[in-house]
Design a protein around this ligand. Structure first.
Ligand code: SAM
Length: 214
């Protein structure tokens, strides 16, 4: 879900600035089923009440806001994105939903958190924005902030031979091979326990963990 926007030297990648347009694009791409799309991703992590969650490249915050309900009042949810516009919109959406989610502008390659802070780290359709070296850096950072036994869920678009249909013509997005996502996660020292098609458009996922237990 990337438009041809500018990149930032501190956060190499495609930083999106059209936050309002982004939500409309997601609505179109999910044919109004964004909530079902988000829940499918959240279920992969098997979130438990009280867990701490980070969403890397959170965009306008939809996944993080939905995650809040899974971890309950004792849980903590944080989202980071390099785009100030995305973060501003995410904060507005959380306030509107009367949900306590912390959003922060930060690069995925340099997460501003101490080590071993989160039970679960998500990254959804963000990795295709990054060049290979930055993807590896991001994976290392996700691994660093994860508690022992914590989980990473990475979701992104698979390459497709020919874009099909009206929506594809209206909006083309990038992609990244599942093998490349897995390679970055494994190079960071994570163990990939599950991977495959998400069952939503041409999205694929990898679920990974650290050694040890929470
Ligand atoms: C296609 S959007 C996905 C947003 C959200 N995860 C979702 O599922 O709707 C990709 C997001 O990654 C952000 N992004 C791109 N490069 C980044 C980087 N280096 N660090 C942090 N965020 C980045 C963009 O600003 C954008 O909000």
């Amino acid at each position: 879900m990337a438009g041809p926007e500018n990149s930032d030297s501190k956060a190499p990648g495609l930083i999106l600035h059209q936050a309002r347009l982004y939500d409309l694009t997601v609505w179109l791409m999910t044919l109004g089923r964004e909530r079902a799309f988000r829940e499918k991703i959240l279920r992969l992590a098997r979130l438990k009440p009280g867990e701490s969650v980070l969403d890397v490249g959170c965009g306008t915050g939809s996944l993080a806001i939905a995650a809040r309900q899974h971890v309950g009042p004792a849980g903590i949810v944080t989202g980071i994105d390099a785009s100030p516009e995305m973060i501003a919109r995410a904060e507005k959406k959380a306030a509107r939903a009367r949900t306590n989610v912390a959003f922060e502008q930060a690069p995925a390659q340099e997460l501003p958190f101490p080590a071993a802070q989160f039970d679960v780290v998500f990254t959804t359709v963000m990795l295709h924005h990054l060049p290979r070296a930055s993807r590896d850096q991001c994976a290392q950072q996700m691994r660093r902030v994860l508690k022992p036994g914590g989980r990473v869920v990475a979701v992104d678009f698979a390459p497709r031979a020919e874009p099909k249909g009206f929506l594809s013509a209206f909006h083309r997005h990038g992609n990244v091979k599942l093998d490349d996502i897995i390679a970055s996660l494994e190079a960071a020292g994570l163990i990939v326990t599950e991977s495959g098609d998400l069952g939503f458009r041409n999205l694929q996922y990898a679920l990974a963990t650290t050694r040890g237990s929470t």
